[in-house]
Design a protein around this ligand. Sequence first.
Ligand code: DQA
Length: 152
Amino acid sequence: MKAVHVLNGPNLNLLGTREPETYGHATLADIEAGLAARCKPRGLILYFRQSNHEGDLVTWVQDAGRASEPVILNAGAYSHTSIALHDAIKAVKADVIEVHLSNIHARESFRHRSLISPVARGVILGFGALSYDLALEALLAQAEAAGKPGPA
Ligand code: DQA
């Protein structure tokens, strides 16, 4: 495992000021910095992106798949609606870990269903910014267990 793609969907650019009682006070830049600090000593390249547009996320999943590189995906509200993202994940070989800051099952019923979950390698949710760190550690542990440790 040489690189990891962390993809963020709509409204996640507003983290820090967006409903902090639900999503916490960390900004997206804080989350990126935390992940970068974990990736750097392991020699892992971090591609960290955010878009409010569904098609961008689809394209980035395809790009990661083409490179056979894993993805940590917080698709935001598109998690609950996007057949296009479901199909993209299904179409690529790369592992996709779905993450959410909040516990979507403890919230409004329209958030209980994720179209990403059935095609994700795994799902981590409810731990705030830590959900991203846990997803990265899961990918690394999995790669190590498969006898493919990172370069460091
Ligand atoms: C979210 C949960 C989604 O329901 C919501 O639309 C988001 C953020 C989370 O990280 O908790 O935008 O994905």
